[in-house]
Design a protein around this ligand. Structure first.
Ligand code: ATP
Length: 377
């Protein structure tokens, strides 16, 4: 009897239902101990997560890139002191060589005529769509993008040599290319001041495609040009092209949906869905091929009319379908029969680049192969 009246820790399961789950202990002291242990370990777990997060935040804060003051130079031939003097250079000693909404290009001579550079002054005006870079996080972001642009190194792209931040305005420094741009060269070809044969034009086309392939596939992060057109292709000695003005859209997030280039070079999907991809750059490249092989400017009123079919691309496609592609070729490049075959193939490549659907256009990687197969370089 006494044994039966002893307090038990747990209710023993009823013999009729051996599978029932055991109940929580009746003993209030033991219950408190168990609850305390549970609560204690939960609190410890939450506290250690909070501490870990705080330590991580602290580490991130401590390892943040410092905001650099003064000139940032990526090229040993430019001294920071020389570059600093750029800011005090009077406007007269800077020759304006290009101008657009997002900024102005100047030819600047420093170091007692020893150093000639092309300097782009980015405009922070609201009309350019670019916000003033005044918060520390914006400054760090732009700094990071510029460092990435300085790491871009390829024969067919312009490397950023240095930059200076002057309050909320950036000055970007590049090599000065005396040959000027493809736009200038084609203008001289049209006015017969310059002869640019088939070989030279094909070499320019291949060089641009190689530059694009590098930006699209060979950089640590894919870079889209956003503004590919002849005025952004510099030609150095031997007419080797170098792509300029790329990556600037990344400095201004607001420009990412709207390519800055002239409308004749903009892919149709950019007007329809604002979706810019590497294939949109390929479309712009297709227009450049059209310019190189026909010698015509896509902004000619001719293309707006009935015979021009609305655009350089549509005109080329129409002639191709009618079996009259030869008509499109610039008379200045016509010559040997074998070369003319190459030219007609090149026109076909331009037409595929100008396809309305991005998926129908080749990648810049494929383009290099297609163009180099036309001719052995
Ligand atoms: N590194 C350089 N060396 C020599 N000339 C240059 C250099 N970079 C640019 N230029 C000149 O500047 C011109 C381009 O200027 P800018 O980019 O301001 O005008 P844009 O191409 O019409 O405009 P955007 O590209 O902003 O739409 C080129 O045509 C070329 O004459």
């Amino acid at each position: 009897q006494a044994l039966h009246s002893e307090p038990t820790l747990f209710h023993s399961p009823a013999p009729s239902s051996p599978s029932r789950t055991p109940k929580f202990p009746h003993n209030p002291r033991l219950r408190r101990i168990l609850l305390g242990a549970l609560f204690g370990s939960l609190t410890g777990f939450v506290a250690s997560i909070i501490i870990l997060l705080l330590v991580r935040l602290l580490l991130l804060y401590a390892c943040r890139a410092p905001i650099l003051k003064g000139p940032v130079v990526f090229c040993p031939s430019i001294s920071p002191k020389t570059l600093q003097s750029l800011l005090s250079t009077d406007a007269q000693s800077m020759q304006l060589i290009g101008s657009s909404l997002n900024g102005k290009y100047y030819r600047v001579v420093l170091d007692d005529d020893e150093l000639t550079m092309a300097v782009k002054r980015l405009e922070p005006s609201p009309s350019s769509g670019s916000p003033p870079v005044n918060s520390n996080s914006q400054k760090r972001r732009v700094q990071h993008e510029l460092e990435m642009l300085a790491r871009v190194k390829h024969r067919n792209v312009m490397s950023l040599r240095a930059y200076i931040r002057d309050q909320d305005r950036f000055w970007l420094v590049y090599d000065y290319i005396p040959g000027g741009s493809l736009e200038d060269a084609m203008a001289r070809v049209r006015s017969q001041q310059l002869t640019l044969g088939w070989d030279a034009r094909l070499r320019i086309a291949v060089g641009i495609a190689k530059g694009l392939r590098y930006l699209h596939f060979e950089c640590s992060r894919r870079i889209l040009h956003y503004g590919l057109k002849p005025s952004n292709v510099m030609l150095d000695e031997g007419f080797e092209p170098r792509l300029g003005d790329f990556g600037l859209a990344m400095l201004e997030n607001s420009r990412l949906d709207t390519p800055s280039t002239a409308t004749h070079y903009v892919a149709p999907e950019c007007f329809q869905s604002c979706r810019y991809t590497d294939k949109s750059d390929v479309y712009s490249f297709g227009v450049i091929l059209g310019v190189l092989f026909t010698g015509k400017d896509p902004s000619y009123p001719f293309f707006a009319g009935e015979t021009g079919r609305g655009s350089l691309g549509r005109w080329l496609r129409h002639l191709q379908q009618a079996g009259e592609a030869r008509e499109a070729l610039d008379k200045g490049i016509l010559g040997e029969e074998m070369e003319e075959e190459e030219m007609l193939m090149a026109i076909r490549i331009a037409i595929v680049c100008l396809s309305d659907l991005p998926a129908d256009r080749p990648s810049s990687d494929e383009l290099v192969a297609m163009l180099t197969q036309l001719h052995s370089f």
